[in-house]
Structure formats: structure tokens, C-alpha cells
Design a protein around this ligand. Structure first.
Ligand code: GLU
Length: 442
């Protein structure tokens, strides 16, 4: 059974990098006919909040991603205590008493000698008496996992064969001196208990994976398949974290980005497949292949997303948007007239305002516009009226090209660019047209 997990920490809002990982996990699950669970890594009690946990779920739903189960690490302390005992009994955990300053000092000394700052395992040499003495002094131990000093290998879904040398890594701290587990052990224990078959996460976790594999083995569990996705950078290769905020999903949503524009981009960005607009996640699943992702960092360019967003909007049909345009009176004709001019769905409101008013006509040549008003064809204003009307104005006034069209557009819409006038004219209607041309409109 293919089962993946998306494991954000509810310590902030999801950003574009999280969305990409969530999407890739979800797509991999769907592609294999499997499922994805949502795991909230909320062991950091100070920084995790219920509001962020809710916001994460809301953002994932907005993207259209679902999860078969929701798990919270804060509910799982019994499982972590059991794993702690198992590892301790197996001789893979040892208590350490160094303070943060002492460890820092050791690290600096090694670095000064140009040696890798690996923990020296001094705590392994402590006698029972020495440990008892330290504890009597009030020191509480933190617990390190004793790595096997062997080369750890795995076949990565993105990076191909990867290896990490246990001898060149510090034994990781699994439990803090206040008894709380750090990220590694809960992550592995959850992946075991929830029967996760594939772990897909950011490439910042590659070195963690080497040690996680040893923890899986120490807990006598089978090791999942791993895939590490290179991180996103800004358009100039700068870390995205430097531009915090503007990449949060909420902000994108508020700025009128369509979820499927973002999904279409993120499913392909950094892979050898071209970015193409897709209108549904099902359409993305078919062409998705994680092995097409490259090992190089992918550049996320908000301008590229905006372009894609506009293109997607231009292709949307009325039934797909009608529930999201909360304006009375809008209809398919309006939508078809304006969609080609949208960069965000919110712009539809502005065009509705232009059509129905009140708006401020731009009047540069009142005489010309008064003449034009008199030539407006009788009867119902239709999509053909614009042609007939401008032909009549041209014949009467001799104006042509821009000199003919621009004063009309400026008077009728208040702006120099916009949807085709032949489509707008019937929407604006005779009464508004005449009021605007003759300066009677506000
Ligand atoms: N909470 C971790 C993170 O957001 C999860 C990493 C993992 O997928 O194991 O980086």
C-alpha cells in the first residue's frame, strides 16, 4: 500500500515551498493509487498553535489536496516513550550531561583545528558513579542515539544512489534534558506506526535521512523509500526565506492567485517537464513523474505565477467561476467579455463597476462625443452595434483608427485599455452609454 505523509510543523502559515512538498507527496500517492496523511509535527509546544494547525488544513483544502488521516505528534507521547525504552534497552541511547556552552566550546575547538565538529562521545566513557554525581549536582541528561559507524546507503527517488557515513556524523540528540523528544525519533516512530511507504521531503533533510535509516533499523522496522526535493529559491537564486510573507499561501490567495495556477506551476517547477496549465489535479496526476525532478534548486518566480494565473483565468468557463464571483447580475456574457483581461479573479469586480457604474468617464473632446452619441444605432445594443456605430461615426466625423476608438473607450470605460468594446457595449447599455458620452454620468 502506497502511503505518504505531509508533515508540516504548525508554527507558521504554509508557504510556497511547503505547498510544493504537499503537492508532490499527494501526487505521488494518487499516481500509485495510494493515500496521503497529514501529520502535524507539533512537538514544539512553544511555537506550535491550534490556529496554525487550522490554517494549514484550510490552505491544503484551498489547493484541493486531501488527506486520509490527520495525526498530531502531541497525541503520541506514549508511542515515543515506548520507542525510547526500546532503543535504550538495545543499547542505542546514552545519557549525556554536557551543557550547551560546553558543547559549543568543544565544537569551536574542533573547528579551530580545522576538524569536523563531531560530538566526541565523551559521555560514553562516564562511569555510573560519575553519572550519579552529575545528577546529584542537578544535571539532567539528554539522550543521544549511538550511530553505527558504517556507510548508510539508499536509492533516492530524486537523487539516485545516496550515501552518508555514520562515522562522520554526530550521534544525534533524540531526547532533550527536559524529557521532550526532538524531531528525529517522533518522525521515525510515526513513519513506522502509520506504515508510511514513501517519505518525500526537502533536501535539507538528506543528512537526517542517513540517521533516520539507522533508527528505523534499530527499531527493527522496514525502511521506507526516500525522495528529497531540492529547495525553491527566489528568481535570482536567493533563499526564499529572505522574502518571507509574500510566499505564504494565504497571501497568494488574497492576491487572487488561483489554486490550480499554483498547482500547475509547482507540479513541474524543477522538473524536466514543461509547466502547463491544468484545470484539475486529476489532470496533473496523469503526467506527473517524480523521477523527472532535477537535483538542482528550482527558481520560483512570482511573475511566472502571475502570468500562469492570468492564462488560466482566460481559459476558465463561466460554470467554473460563477460561484466565486459574488456580484449580483453578472452572467456568462459578462464573463466572456472580460476574462481575457483578468490577471486575478478580483479584477472582475472592477470590470463590473466599469460596466454598471458609477464610474468617471474621461472626456477629452466633448463635441466629438456628443456627435457620437447622436449616431448610436437605434434598437437593442448587441455585439454588432459597435461596428455599425463606429462606421457611422467615421463617416460623419472622418475620425479613424485610434482617434476614433480611444475617445469612445475613455468615455465609456474611463480607461485606455480593456476588453473588446463590441462585447462591452451591450453590457454597458444604451442609457449608460449616452450618459457617459454626454457627461451626464458621474
Ligand atoms: N516537520 C518537518 C519539516 O517541516 C518534517 C520533515 C519530514 O518530512 O520528515 O521539515
Amino acid at each position: 500500500m502506497t502511503k505518504l505523509r505531509f508533515a508540516p510543523s504548525p508554527t507558521g502559515f504554509l508557504h510556497v515551498g511547503n505547498a510544493r512538498l504537499a503537492l508532490i507527496n499527494w501526487l505521488t500517492a494518487k499516481k500509485e493509487g495510494g493515500e496521503m496523511i497529514l501529520r502535524l509535527d507539533d512537538t514544539d509546544e512553544e511555537r506550535s498553535t491550534g490556529e496554525f494547525a487550522d490554517a494549514i488544513q484550510e490552505d491544503l483544502k484551498w489547493l484541493g489536496l486531501d488527506w486520509s488521516d490527520l495525526k498530531k505528534q502531541s497525541d503520541r507521547s506514549d508511542a515515543y516513550t515506548t520507542a525510547f525504552k526500546t532503543l535504550k534497552n538495545a543499547g542505542r541511547l546514552y545519557p549525556c550531561y554536557e551543557t550547551g556552552e560546553e558543547l559549543d566550546y568543544k565544537r569551536k575547538r574542533l573547528l579551530a583545528r580545522k576538524l569536523p565538529p563531531i560530538y566526541d562521545r565523551a559521555a560514553l566513557d562516564l562511569t555510573e558513579g560519575e553519572k550519579a554525581k552529575l545528577e546529584a549536582e542537578g544535571r539532567k541528561p539528554h539522550w543521544r542515539f549511538k550511530l553505527d559507524q558504517v556507510v548508510i546507503r539508499w536509492e533516492d527517488m530524486v537523487r539516485g544512489p545516496v550515501e552518508g557515513d555514520g562515522a562522520s556524523m554526530s550521534d544525534p540528540v533524540l531526547i532533550r534534558s527536559d524529557g521532550r523528544p526532538l524531531y528525529h525519533m517522533p518522525s521515525v516512530v510515526d513513519d513506522i506506526d502509520f506504515k508510511i511507504s514513501h517519505v518525500i521531503r526537502g533536501e535539507d533533510h538528506v543528512s537526517n535521512t542517513a540517521l533516520h535509516i539507522q533508527i528505523f533499523e534499530a527499531l527493527e522496522a522496514s525502511v521506507p523509500i526516500f525522495g528529497h526535493i531540492p529547495l525553491l529559491t527566489g528568481p535570482g537564486g536567493e533563499p526564499l526565506s529572505k522574502r518571507e510573507g509574500s510566499q505564504s499561501l494565504r497571501e497568494m490567495r488574497e492576491n487572487g492567485i488561483e489554486a490550480m495556477a499554483l498547482n500547475s506551476l509547482l507540479a513541474r517547477l524543477g522538473s524536466s517537464d514543461n509547466v502547463e496549465i491544468r484545470h484539475s489535479l486529476d489532470d496533473i496526476v496523469a503526467g506527473f513523474d517524480i523521477s523527472h525532478f532535477s537535483r538542482a534548486a528550482a527558481k520560483f518566480d512570482p511573475a511566472e505565477l502571475s502570468n500562469l494565473n492570468a492564462k488560466l483565468l482566460h481559459e476558465l468557463d463561466w460554470p467554473e467561476v460563477k460561484d466565486r464571483i459574488a456580484i449580483d447580475g453578472t452572467n456568462e456574457t459578462f464573463w466572456c467579455a472580460i476574462r481575457g483581461n483578468l490577471t486575478s479573479l478580483k479584477d472582475a469586480e472592477n470590470w463590473w463597476q466599469v460596466v454598471k457604474g458609477p464610474m468617471t468617464p474621461v472626456i477629452e473632446d466633448a463635441e466629438f462625443l456628443n456627435a457620437a452619441a447622436k449616431l448610436l444605432p437605434d434598437g437593442e445594443i448587441t455585439a454588432e452595434s459597435w461596428k455599425a456605430w463606429t462606421t457611422a461615426i467615421k463617416e460623419k466625423t472622418g475620425a479613424k483608427g485610434k482617434a476614433l476608438f480611444m475617445p469612445l473607450r475613455l468615455a465609456l470605460t474611463g480607461q485606455p485599455h480593456g476588453p473588446e468594446m463590441n462585447n462591452l457595449l451591450p453590457l454597458i447599455g444604451r442609457e449608460n452609454i449616452l450618459a457617459r458620452l454626454t457627461g451626464a454620468a458621474d
